[in-house]
Design a protein around this ligand. Structure first.
Ligand code: NI
Length: 174
């Protein structure tokens, strides 16, 4: 089932999500719906709070520049990241929850160590690099109520907020 995606400035996107204590059929069903929703929107990652479930689960399917999968699609539960590697710029980052196709360059790191659980409750301890590392940092931010626009300069944010306000009052905008 394709779920509705919450979009900024919905205040629920600022909510901190809770750890998943037990991987039930309900959790597995939610992950399936999240995959479906992500693919339907041509996204490369989706976090549960974006679809109104404030639990710590993400799905991701990063693509390489040629549009091919660079990593198997996966669901990660209670992911914990350790930031490693160099600081890099994630060019033109976007988000399904950030409307009007807004994009910005965001400072990220090139490598992260992730410990999480998979849908069978097995531990996942893995390092991710480059684009996958960026997607993972972006999705884990959602679990802490953070969007990439919380990482841009005050000036850029003010300009974007003004645009959102204008677009919302007109009820359509691109
Ligand atoms: Ni996002």
């Amino acid at each position: 089932m394709i779920l509705d995606i919450l979009t900024y400035p919905d205040p629920r996107l600022k909510q901190m999500s809770a750890p998943i204590s037990e991987i039930t059929d309900q959790v597995r069903a939610l992950s399936q719906d999240m995959f479906e929703t992500m693919y339907a929107s041509n996204g490369v990652g989706l976090a549960a709070p974006q679809v109104g479930h404030f639990v710590r689960m993400i799905v991701m399917c990063p693509l390489n520049e040629k549009g091919k999968e660079s990593h198997a699609p996966r669901a990660l539960i209670n992911p914990q990241l350790t930031l490693l590697g160099d600081e890099i710029v994630s060019p033109k980052e976007g988000c399904l929850s950030v409307p009007y196709n807004y994009r910005a360059d965001i400072a990220r790191v090139s490598r992260v160590a992730c410990s999480a659980l998979d849908l069978d409750g097995n531990s996942v301890d893995e390092e991710f690099v480059d684009y996958c590392a960026i997607v993972l940092q972006h999705e884990c931010d959602h679990l802490d109520g953070k969007l990439f626009i919380d990482r841009i300069s005050y000036l850029r944010r003010s300009l974007y907020d003004a645009k959102v306000k204008k677009c919302r009052s007109r009820k359509n905008c691109e």
